[in-house]
Design a protein around this ligand. Structure first.
Ligand code: BDR
Ligand code: CA
Length: 315
């Protein structure tokens, strides 16, 4: 099994990512979940991770991460994910407790005590991961790679050029991108191609059962929000972008994706803050530091996701 740590800010698509990860627990060994501040505050992301994972019957340590970015004020995305982070969908109170170890300590100890190298999946701002690398550089050789949802080679969703996770904490992106650890970036270039149509979302409901029902409610809440969002690209009101799901799907089914090794830097300040500058054509002549995904086999992606919902529903 592939040993992984998941750092997340649930968040609707984060919950779908967790669904995929825990449905595939025959392949992925999730050793730890840590919560970052992003879509909503740390109090809420941690609570949501615990309620959602309790609900799907996962048994895993869930540690609390940092309250917000290194230098910027935390900007949340309650307009997209709702005030609670899960739209209007309610889950029972969590059975899983908050870990006694703070996220950075839990990550450090999980990585250093593991016989195998650990893969980190990060689907929010990179604050926790960057703090770990700064405070404990000794973990670097023990990290297999970091699969991150964030960034974009072309176009943003927070500004014309910046994707949300990169925009919230660009300095953290800088630290991670300079770390020398292999990085796979599922930016908007690929996640906008990893969409689920309304008709396909209806199929979630057809799976039947309480979990499928909740998953359907979550994704359709997200879609309703998109319908009311005036500034997005074509089709935004008819499809659901499964951004965070890509970071786990890539680990499970890398053959569904195409990407390119590129040199990538991030803009830290000013009107381009959070823009990830991807050197596709090797203009800078600098060594690649990121594997940038740009294409996905959408039909297969959706089929794999549906299987995951079926598995969790049947538990
Ligand atoms: C990213 O921003 C968040 O709102 C989503 O959960 C995803 O991680 C997409 O830009
Ligand atoms: Ca997220």
């Amino acid at each position: 099994k592939l040993p992984i740590i998941i750092d997340t800010d649930p968040g609707i698509d984060d919950a779908m990512m967790l669904t995929l990860a825990f449905a595939n627990d025959d392949v992925l060994d999730v050793r730890l979940v840590t919560t970052c501040s992003g879509n909503i505050s740390q109090d809420k992301t941690n609570y949501n991770a615990r309620t959602f994972l309790s609900y799907i019957g996962a048994s895993v340590e869930i540690a609390r991460g940092l309250e917000g970015p290194f230098f910027r004020e935390l900007e949340v995305a309650e307009d997209i994910h709702g005030e609670s982070g899960f739209g209007n969908v309610k889950f029972p109170a969590p059975k899983l407790p908050v870990s006694e170890r703070p996220a950075i300590t839990a990550m450090l100890e999980t990585i250093m005590t593991s016989d195998e190298k650990i893969t980190i999946v990060a689907t929010g701002p990179l604050t926790n991961v960057a703090a770990l690398l700064l405070a404990h550089p000794e973990v670097k050789p023990k990290i297999e790679r970091i699969s991150w949802m964030g960034g974009a080679a072309v176009g943003g969703n927070m500004s014309p050029v910046a994707e949300f996770n990169a925009y919230v904490d660009p300095h953290a992106v800088e630290i991670v991108f300079r770390s020398g650890i292999p990085i796979v970036m599922s930016g908007l270039d690929v996640t906008h191609k990893a969409f689920v149509t309304i008709d396909e979302a209806e199929n979630i409901l057809r799976i039947g059962g309480e979990f499928a029902d909740k998953a359907y409610q979550l994704v359709t809440y997200y879609l309703d929000v998109m319908k009311k969002t005036p500034f997005h690209e074509e089709n935004y009101d008819q499809v659901l972008h499964f951004h965070d799901v890509c970071a786990v799907m890539y680990l499970l089914n890398p053959e569904l994706f195409e990407g390119q090794n590129c040199h990538v830097v991030v803009s830290l300040e000013g009107i381009t803050a959070g823009a990830t500058v991807v050197d596709y054509t090797n203009r800078t002549d600098k060594a690649p530091n990121v594997h940038v995904l740009h294409t996905v086999n959408r039909e297969q992606f959706v089929a794999e996701f549906m299987k995951a919902v079926e598995i969790i529903s049947a538990r």
